[in-house]
Design a protein around this ligand. Structure first.
Ligand SMILES: NC(=O)c1ccc[n+]([C@@H]2O[C@H](COP(=O)([O-])OP(=O)(O)OC[C@H]3O[C@@H](n4cnc5c(N)ncnc54)[C@H](O)[C@@H]3O)[C@@H](O)[C@H]2O)c1
Length: 245
């Protein structure tokens, strides 16, 4: 198996895209640390599924906005499972609204979780990556970060920032064998997009005329976590049915 002996930490790994990514990495041999906030039941369900695949798994309630909590969670993963080899920064939220009505706290919350949370995680993991002279960082951005989106100034800014952060990390750590890449999903069927129905005109803008699945994103995450992508860094791969081409 491609990821045998590897430890993967997936933020927001309890549900949605993070769950699909955690399961895909586990199916391919990785042991999994799930970092999440919110309801415990989805995290425990995902953990049980990973255990059923014969992999080790631990769950950690940790708000990625809190640098101390992030450092403590990464330390605990090291003690429980081993040092992280693959970091997937997937935790993310939306607080949509047009610019004229956007509340200051909604702008800050989205930036703090989607962008600063990834910074906290990378900062907590990079020394171990440098020591091993290996590491895979996969940041889940969005097509909104590539082309913008009306009603999402906060979200689009957070994801554009994540793409630029990833390129900068790729430049800083490339010489140490660390790859840092982004995935930019379009419309993917999860809780976050549950209000978008199949007949929504938004989907008509997608050349492939349908939503993607969490599995579509997880397949690309597997590629970016695997040795097959060892010479790819600073890249953003769209998984969007052609939406943002
Ligand atoms: N679903 C889509 O269509 C879509 C499209 C583009 C990008 N994305 C991105 O993919 C990622 C996952 O989206 P999803 O649809 O699976 O979302 P989701 O709402 O189903 O899951 C979000 C996850 O993030 C975690 N999380 C939220 N705030 C957190 C915090 N402060 N600290 C730690 N964990 C936190 C939650 O525990 C949960 O596991 C997000 O970054 C999102 O922006 C999703």
């Amino acid at each position: 198996m491609k990821l045998e002996g590897k430890i993967a930490l997936v933020t927001g790994g309890s549900q949605g895209l993070g769950r699909a990514i955690a399961l895909k990495l586990a199916e391919n041999g990785a042991d999994i640390a799930i970092v999440y906030v919110g309801p415990d039941a989805p995290a425990q369900d995902t953990a049980r599924e990973i255990e059923a695949l014969g992999r080790r798994v631990k769950t950690y309630v940790c708000d990625v906005r809190d640098p101390q909590a992030v450092d403590a969670a990464v330390k605990a993963v090291g003690e429980d499972l081993g040092k992280v080899d693959i970091l997937v920064n997937n935790a993310g939220v939306t607080r949509d609204g047009l610019l004229v009505t956007m509340k200051e706290e909604d702008y800050d919350l989205v930036l703090d979780i989607n962008l600063k949370g990834a910074f906290h995680m990378i900062r907590a993991c990079y020394r171990d990556f440098m020591r091993k002279r290996a590491g895979k960082i996969i940041n889940i951005a969005s097509v909104a970060g590539l082309v913008g989106n009306a009603g999402q100034v906060n979200y689009a800014a957070s994801k554009a920032g994540l793409i630029a952060l990833s390129k900068s990390v790729a430049k800083e750590l490339g010489g140490r064998g660390v790859c840092c890449n982004c995935i930019a999903p379009g419309f993917i069927a999860t809780d976050m997009t549950k209000d978008i129905k199949a007949d929504n005109p938004l989907l008509m803008q997608v050349p492939m005329k349908k939503m993607g699945t969490p599995e579509d994103v997880a397949n690309v995450a597997l590629f970016l976590a695997s040795p097959e992508s060892d010479y790819i860094t600073g890249e953003t791969i769209r998984v969007d049915g052609g939406l943002a081409m």
